[in-house]
Design a binder for this molecule. Sequence first.
Ligand code: NDP
Length: 328
Amino acid sequence: TRTPVNVTVTGAAGQIGYALLFRIASGHLLGADVPVKLRLLEIPQGLKAAEGTAMELDDCAFPLLKGIDIFDDPNQAFEGANVALLVGARPRTKGMERGDLLSANGGIFKPQGKAINDHAADDIKVLVVGNPANTNALIAQAAAPDVPAERFTAMTRLDHNRAISQLAKKTGADVTDIKRLTIWGNHSATQYPDVFHAEIAGKNAAEVIGDQAWLADEFIPTVAKRGAAIIEARGASSAASAANAAIDHVHTWVNGTAEGDWTSMGIPSDGSYGVPAGLISSFPVTCKDGKYEIVQGLDVNEFSRARIDASVAELIEERDAVRELGLI
Ligand code: NDP
Protein backbone atom coordinates (compact mmCIF):
# COMPACT_ATOMS: atom_id res chain seq x y z
CA THR A 1 0.00 0.00 0.00
CA ARG A 2 1.16 3.51 -0.83
CA THR A 3 2.21 6.04 1.77
CA PRO A 4 -0.41 8.81 1.92
CA VAL A 5 0.49 12.10 0.27
CA ASN A 6 0.31 15.07 2.65
CA VAL A 7 -1.78 17.87 1.21
CA THR A 8 -1.82 21.18 3.08
CA VAL A 9 -4.69 23.56 2.34
CA THR A 10 -4.75 27.10 3.71
CA GLY A 11 -7.97 29.05 4.09
CA ALA A 12 -9.57 25.65 4.49
CA ALA A 13 -12.75 27.04 6.02
CA GLY A 14 -13.41 29.46 3.17
CA GLN A 15 -15.78 28.87 0.30
CA ILE A 16 -13.11 27.63 -2.12
CA GLY A 17 -11.78 25.40 0.64
CA TYR A 18 -15.23 23.92 1.13
CA ALA A 19 -15.49 23.09 -2.56
CA LEU A 20 -11.93 21.79 -2.69
CA LEU A 21 -11.45 19.47 0.26
CA PHE A 22 -14.07 16.89 -0.67
CA ARG A 23 -12.61 16.48 -4.13
CA ILE A 24 -9.08 16.11 -2.79
CA ALA A 25 -10.33 13.49 -0.36
CA SER A 26 -12.19 11.60 -3.08
CA GLY A 27 -9.07 11.24 -5.21
CA HIS A 28 -9.44 13.94 -7.83
CA LEU A 29 -6.29 15.86 -6.97
CA LEU A 30 -3.69 13.18 -7.45
CA GLY A 31 -5.42 10.09 -8.74
CA ALA A 32 -8.02 7.52 -7.80
CA ASP A 33 -5.39 5.23 -6.25
CA VAL A 34 -3.45 7.78 -4.19
CA PRO A 35 -4.24 7.99 -0.45
CA VAL A 36 -4.07 11.46 1.06
CA LYS A 37 -3.76 13.10 4.45
CA LEU A 38 -5.20 16.58 4.77
CA ARG A 39 -3.47 19.28 6.81
CA LEU A 40 -5.73 22.30 7.12
CA LEU A 41 -4.46 25.75 8.02
CA GLU A 42 -6.79 28.47 9.21
CA ILE A 43 -6.54 31.67 11.14
CA PRO A 44 -7.86 31.28 14.72
CA GLN A 45 -11.31 32.65 13.78
CA GLY A 46 -11.58 30.00 11.06
CA LEU A 47 -10.66 26.98 13.18
CA LYS A 48 -14.14 26.11 14.37
CA ALA A 49 -15.58 26.14 10.85
CA ALA A 50 -12.61 24.04 9.67
CA GLU A 51 -13.46 21.51 12.38
CA GLY A 52 -17.01 21.38 11.07
CA THR A 53 -15.76 20.69 7.56
CA ALA A 54 -13.48 17.98 8.94
CA MET A 55 -16.52 16.36 10.59
CA GLU A 56 -18.26 16.29 7.22
CA LEU A 57 -15.16 14.84 5.58
CA ASP A 58 -15.18 12.08 8.20
CA ASP A 59 -18.83 11.47 7.43
CA CYS A 60 -18.06 10.78 3.79
CA ALA A 61 -15.91 7.79 4.80
CA PHE A 62 -13.68 8.44 1.79
CA PRO A 63 -11.59 5.33 1.17
CA LEU A 64 -8.51 7.39 0.21
CA LEU A 65 -8.62 9.85 3.13
CA LYS A 66 -6.12 8.70 5.75
CA GLY A 67 -6.29 11.62 8.19
CA ILE A 68 -7.22 15.26 8.78
CA ASP A 69 -5.34 17.63 11.03
CA ILE A 70 -6.19 21.26 11.65
CA PHE A 71 -3.71 23.98 12.58
CA ASP A 72 -3.40 27.69 13.05
CA ASP A 73 0.40 27.53 12.95
CA PRO A 74 1.94 27.36 9.45
CA ASN A 75 5.04 25.59 10.78
CA GLN A 76 2.88 22.67 11.84
CA ALA A 77 0.53 22.81 8.87
CA PHE A 78 3.34 22.48 6.32
CA GLU A 79 5.21 19.74 8.20
CA GLY A 80 5.92 17.01 5.67
CA ALA A 81 3.69 18.62 3.02
CA ASN A 82 4.03 17.15 -0.47
CA VAL A 83 1.42 19.45 -2.02
CA ALA A 84 0.42 22.87 -0.69
CA LEU A 85 -2.65 24.74 -1.88
CA LEU A 86 -2.45 28.32 -0.66
CA VAL A 87 -6.03 29.49 -0.84
CA GLY A 88 -6.47 31.77 2.18
CA ALA A 89 -5.60 35.37 1.43
CA ARG A 90 -6.58 38.88 2.43
CA PRO A 91 -9.34 39.96 0.06
CA ARG A 92 -9.34 43.49 -1.27
CA THR A 93 -11.95 45.41 0.64
CA LYS A 94 -13.59 48.68 -0.31
CA GLY A 95 -11.23 51.62 -0.29
CA MET A 96 -8.17 49.44 0.19
CA GLU A 97 -5.09 50.65 -1.67
CA ARG A 98 -3.01 48.16 -3.59
CA GLY A 99 -0.05 48.73 -1.26
CA ASP A 100 -2.20 47.82 1.75
CA LEU A 101 -3.42 44.71 -0.02
CA LEU A 102 0.09 43.64 -0.90
CA SER A 103 1.44 44.20 2.57
CA ALA A 104 -1.49 42.37 4.19
CA ASN A 105 -0.80 39.44 1.91
CA GLY A 106 2.90 39.69 2.59
CA GLY A 107 2.03 39.07 6.22
CA ILE A 108 0.39 35.81 5.16
CA PHE A 109 2.57 34.48 2.33
CA LYS A 110 6.00 35.35 3.72
CA PRO A 111 5.64 33.25 6.90
CA GLN A 112 3.97 30.51 4.89
CA GLY A 113 6.90 30.48 2.43
CA LYS A 114 9.31 30.27 5.35
CA ALA A 115 7.32 27.45 6.92
CA ILE A 116 7.34 25.57 3.60
CA ASN A 117 11.08 26.12 3.38
CA ASP A 118 11.68 24.76 6.86
CA HIS A 119 9.11 21.98 7.16
CA ALA A 120 7.72 20.73 3.84
CA ALA A 121 8.81 17.49 2.17
CA ASP A 122 11.60 17.62 -0.41
CA ASP A 123 9.17 17.06 -3.27
CA ILE A 124 6.83 19.90 -2.22
CA LYS A 125 4.70 21.43 -4.99
CA VAL A 126 2.96 24.72 -4.23
CA LEU A 127 -0.07 26.23 -5.92
CA VAL A 128 -1.16 29.72 -4.93
CA VAL A 129 -4.86 30.46 -5.45
CA GLY A 130 -5.33 33.43 -3.07
CA ASN A 131 -5.11 36.76 -4.88
CA PRO A 132 -3.08 38.52 -6.10
CA ALA A 133 -1.97 34.95 -6.80
CA ASN A 134 1.11 35.53 -8.98
CA THR A 135 2.62 38.04 -6.61
CA ASN A 136 1.65 36.10 -3.50
CA ALA A 137 3.49 33.14 -5.06
CA LEU A 138 6.53 35.35 -5.57
CA ILE A 139 6.46 36.41 -1.93
CA ALA A 140 6.23 32.80 -0.70
CA GLN A 141 8.97 31.70 -3.07
CA ALA A 142 11.33 34.46 -1.93
CA ALA A 143 10.88 33.28 1.65
CA ALA A 144 11.81 29.70 0.68
CA PRO A 145 15.37 29.85 -0.70
CA ASP A 146 16.01 26.15 -0.06
CA VAL A 147 13.05 25.01 -2.17
CA PRO A 148 13.64 24.92 -5.94
CA ALA A 149 12.05 28.09 -7.30
CA GLU A 150 10.01 26.24 -9.92
CA ARG A 151 7.95 24.52 -7.23
CA PHE A 152 6.04 27.78 -6.63
CA THR A 153 3.18 28.23 -9.07
CA ALA A 154 0.10 30.42 -9.38
CA MET A 155 -3.29 29.46 -10.72
CA THR A 156 -4.42 30.58 -14.16
CA ARG A 157 -6.16 27.29 -14.89
CA LEU A 158 -9.57 28.78 -14.12
CA ASP A 159 -8.97 31.39 -16.81
CA HIS A 160 -7.78 28.61 -19.12
CA ASN A 161 -10.91 26.54 -18.49
CA ARG A 162 -13.16 29.57 -18.86
CA ALA A 163 -11.56 30.36 -22.23
CA ILE A 164 -12.06 26.78 -23.46
CA SER A 165 -15.70 26.92 -22.44
CA GLN A 166 -16.27 30.23 -24.26
CA LEU A 167 -14.65 28.87 -27.42
CA ALA A 168 -16.76 25.73 -27.28
CA LYS A 169 -19.91 27.83 -26.94
CA LYS A 170 -18.96 30.12 -29.80
CA THR A 171 -18.07 27.35 -32.26
CA GLY A 172 -20.38 24.55 -31.18
CA ALA A 173 -17.35 22.33 -30.59
CA ASP A 174 -17.04 20.01 -27.62
CA VAL A 175 -14.71 21.23 -24.88
CA THR A 176 -12.59 18.12 -25.42
CA ASP A 177 -11.97 19.19 -29.04
CA ILE A 178 -10.20 22.37 -27.90
CA LYS A 179 -6.45 22.08 -27.41
CA ARG A 180 -3.39 24.28 -26.99
CA LEU A 181 -5.11 27.28 -25.54
CA THR A 182 -2.82 29.64 -23.62
CA ILE A 183 -3.33 32.13 -20.83
CA TRP A 184 -0.41 34.53 -20.68
CA GLY A 185 0.54 36.91 -17.89
CA ASN A 186 -1.15 37.78 -14.62
CA HIS A 187 -4.26 36.20 -13.09
CA SER A 188 -6.04 39.54 -13.25
CA ALA A 189 -8.10 41.56 -15.69
CA THR A 190 -4.94 42.05 -17.82
CA GLN A 191 -4.50 38.32 -18.49
CA TYR A 192 -4.36 37.37 -22.15
CA PRO A 193 -6.22 34.30 -23.39
CA ASP A 194 -4.49 33.42 -26.69
CA VAL A 195 -6.28 31.37 -29.35
CA PHE A 196 -3.76 31.86 -32.15
CA HIS A 197 -2.07 28.52 -31.44
CA ALA A 198 -5.19 26.80 -30.19
CA GLU A 199 -6.89 24.07 -32.16
CA ILE A 200 -10.55 23.23 -32.46
CA ALA A 201 -11.00 19.65 -33.66
CA GLY A 202 -7.54 19.84 -35.24
CA LYS A 203 -8.05 23.18 -37.03
CA ASN A 204 -6.52 26.50 -36.06
CA ALA A 205 -8.93 28.19 -33.64
CA ALA A 206 -8.35 31.74 -34.87
CA GLU A 207 -9.16 30.60 -38.42
CA VAL A 208 -12.23 28.64 -37.34
CA ILE A 209 -13.53 31.74 -35.55
CA GLY A 210 -12.40 34.07 -38.35
CA ASP A 211 -13.49 37.12 -36.42
CA GLN A 212 -10.74 39.19 -34.82
CA ALA A 213 -13.28 41.72 -33.55
CA TRP A 214 -15.05 38.97 -31.58
CA LEU A 215 -11.73 37.95 -30.06
CA ALA A 216 -10.81 41.48 -29.04
CA ASP A 217 -14.23 42.78 -28.01
CA GLU A 218 -16.08 39.73 -26.73
CA PHE A 219 -13.89 36.74 -25.99
CA ILE A 220 -10.98 38.36 -24.15
CA PRO A 221 -13.10 40.64 -21.94
CA THR A 222 -15.62 37.85 -21.22
CA VAL A 223 -12.85 35.56 -19.98
CA ALA A 224 -11.06 38.32 -18.06
CA LYS A 225 -14.24 39.60 -16.38
CA ARG A 226 -15.92 36.27 -15.77
CA GLY A 227 -15.22 36.42 -12.03
CA ALA A 228 -17.11 39.71 -11.71
CA ALA A 229 -20.00 38.37 -13.83
CA ILE A 230 -20.34 35.40 -11.47
CA ILE A 231 -20.36 37.61 -8.39
CA GLU A 232 -23.08 39.69 -10.05
CA ALA A 233 -25.19 36.63 -10.87
CA ARG A 234 -24.57 34.44 -7.86
CA GLY A 235 -24.15 37.05 -5.20
CA ALA A 236 -20.92 35.32 -4.20
CA SER A 237 -17.60 34.75 -5.91
CA SER A 238 -16.84 31.67 -7.96
CA ALA A 239 -15.79 28.96 -5.57
CA ALA A 240 -16.56 25.55 -7.06
CA SER A 241 -15.02 26.46 -10.42
CA ALA A 242 -11.96 27.93 -8.69
CA ALA A 243 -11.61 24.75 -6.63
CA ASN A 244 -12.04 22.66 -9.76
CA ALA A 245 -9.28 24.59 -11.49
CA ALA A 246 -6.95 24.11 -8.52
CA ILE A 247 -7.61 20.38 -8.75
CA ASP A 248 -6.93 20.44 -12.50
CA HIS A 249 -3.69 22.43 -12.05
CA VAL A 250 -2.17 20.01 -9.58
CA HIS A 251 -3.54 16.92 -11.32
CA THR A 252 -1.97 17.98 -14.61
CA TRP A 253 1.32 18.98 -12.96
CA VAL A 254 1.58 15.57 -11.28
CA ASN A 255 0.06 13.34 -13.95
CA GLY A 256 1.04 15.17 -17.15
CA THR A 257 -0.55 16.86 -20.14
CA ALA A 258 -2.00 14.79 -22.97
CA GLU A 259 0.16 14.19 -26.03
CA GLY A 260 -0.25 17.11 -28.41
CA ASP A 261 -1.87 19.39 -25.84
CA TRP A 262 -0.66 21.83 -23.23
CA THR A 263 -2.05 23.80 -20.29
CA SER A 264 -1.55 27.20 -18.66
CA MET A 265 0.26 27.69 -15.36
CA GLY A 266 1.65 30.73 -13.56
CA ILE A 267 5.31 29.79 -13.14
CA PRO A 268 8.65 31.53 -12.61
CA SER A 269 9.79 32.86 -15.97
CA ASP A 270 13.14 31.75 -17.38
CA GLY A 271 13.06 34.74 -19.72
CA SER A 272 11.06 32.94 -22.41
CA TYR A 273 8.89 35.08 -24.69
CA GLY A 274 10.43 38.27 -23.35
CA VAL A 275 8.96 37.82 -19.85
CA PRO A 276 11.64 38.96 -17.37
CA ALA A 277 13.21 36.01 -15.60
CA GLY A 278 11.90 35.40 -12.10
CA LEU A 279 8.45 36.93 -12.58
CA ILE A 280 5.66 34.46 -11.91
CA SER A 281 3.68 34.70 -15.11
CA SER A 282 1.34 32.37 -16.98
CA PHE A 283 2.78 30.40 -19.91
CA PRO A 284 1.81 27.50 -22.12
CA VAL A 285 3.37 24.45 -20.46
CA THR A 286 3.55 20.72 -20.96
CA CYS A 287 3.83 18.49 -17.90
CA LYS A 288 5.46 15.09 -17.58
CA ASP A 289 6.70 13.04 -14.62
CA GLY A 290 5.77 15.76 -12.14
CA LYS A 291 7.69 18.48 -14.00
CA TYR A 292 6.59 21.21 -16.35
CA GLU A 293 8.27 22.85 -19.31
CA ILE A 294 7.40 26.04 -21.18
CA VAL A 295 6.29 25.35 -24.75
CA GLN A 296 8.98 26.97 -26.87
CA GLY A 297 9.09 28.40 -30.36
CA LEU A 298 5.55 29.77 -30.65
CA ASP A 299 5.26 32.65 -33.02
CA VAL A 300 3.78 35.65 -31.13
CA ASN A 301 1.94 38.04 -33.43
CA GLU A 302 1.56 41.76 -32.86
CA PHE A 303 -1.93 41.44 -31.38
CA SER A 304 -0.66 38.94 -28.81
CA ARG A 305 2.61 40.76 -28.12
CA ALA A 306 0.87 43.96 -27.03
CA ARG A 307 -1.43 42.08 -24.67
CA ILE A 308 1.28 39.88 -23.17
CA ASP A 309 3.43 42.96 -22.61
CA ALA A 310 0.60 44.81 -20.87
CA SER A 311 -0.03 41.96 -18.44
CA VAL A 312 3.68 41.48 -17.79
CA ALA A 313 4.00 45.23 -17.13
CA GLU A 314 1.41 44.81 -14.36
CA LEU A 315 3.38 41.89 -12.89
CA ILE A 316 6.53 44.02 -12.91
CA GLU A 317 4.68 46.79 -11.05
CA GLU A 318 3.41 44.32 -8.45
CA ARG A 319 6.90 42.84 -8.05
CA ASP A 320 8.44 46.28 -7.64
CA ALA A 321 5.80 47.19 -5.06
CA VAL A 322 6.46 44.11 -2.91
CA ARG A 323 10.19 44.67 -3.31
CA GLU A 324 9.74 48.19 -2.00
CA LEU A 325 7.79 46.79 0.95
CA GLY A 326 10.73 44.46 1.69
CA LEU A 327 8.58 41.37 1.05
CA ILE A 328 10.93 39.84 -1.52
P1 NDP B 1 -12.58 32.21 -0.91
O1 NDP B 1 -12.38 30.84 -0.45
O2 NDP B 1 -13.75 32.51 -1.77
O3 NDP B 1 -11.30 32.76 -1.68
C1 NDP B 1 -10.00 32.59 -1.17
C2 NDP B 1 -9.00 33.32 -2.03
O4 NDP B 1 -9.01 32.79 -3.34
C3 NDP B 1 -9.27 34.80 -2.18
O5 NDP B 1 -8.04 35.47 -1.98
C4 NDP B 1 -9.73 34.95 -3.59
O6 NDP B 1 -9.27 36.17 -4.12
C5 NDP B 1 -8.97 33.84 -4.27
N1 NDP B 1 -9.49 33.46 -5.56
C6 NDP B 1 -8.72 33.10 -6.62
N2 NDP B 1 -9.44 32.80 -7.66
C7 NDP B 1 -10.71 32.96 -7.30
C8 NDP B 1 -11.93 32.82 -7.98
N3 NDP B 1 -12.00 32.45 -9.24
N4 NDP B 1 -13.05 33.03 -7.31
C9 NDP B 1 -13.01 33.42 -6.04
N5 NDP B 1 -11.89 33.59 -5.35
C10 NDP B 1 -10.75 33.38 -5.98
O7 NDP B 1 -12.59 33.20 0.32
P2 NDP B 1 -13.30 33.07 1.74
O8 NDP B 1 -13.29 34.44 2.28
O9 NDP B 1 -14.55 32.27 1.65
O10 NDP B 1 -12.29 32.18 2.56
C11 NDP B 1 -11.01 32.56 2.85
C12 NDP B 1 -10.58 31.77 4.05
O11 NDP B 1 -9.19 31.95 4.21
C13 NDP B 1 -11.25 32.22 5.35
O12 NDP B 1 -11.74 31.06 5.99
C14 NDP B 1 -10.10 32.84 6.13
O13 NDP B 1 -10.22 32.63 7.51
C15 NDP B 1 -8.94 32.10 5.57
N6 NDP B 1 -7.63 32.71 5.67
C16 NDP B 1 -6.64 31.86 6.07
C17 NDP B 1 -5.37 32.28 6.18
C18 NDP B 1 -4.37 31.31 6.64
O14 NDP B 1 -4.59 30.10 6.52
N7 NDP B 1 -3.26 31.75 7.16
C19 NDP B 1 -4.99 33.66 5.86
C20 NDP B 1 -6.09 34.45 5.40
C21 NDP B 1 -7.36 33.98 5.30
P3 NDP B 1 -10.28 37.38 -4.47
O15 NDP B 1 -11.18 37.52 -3.27
O16 NDP B 1 -9.41 38.55 -4.70
O17 NDP B 1 -11.00 36.91 -5.68
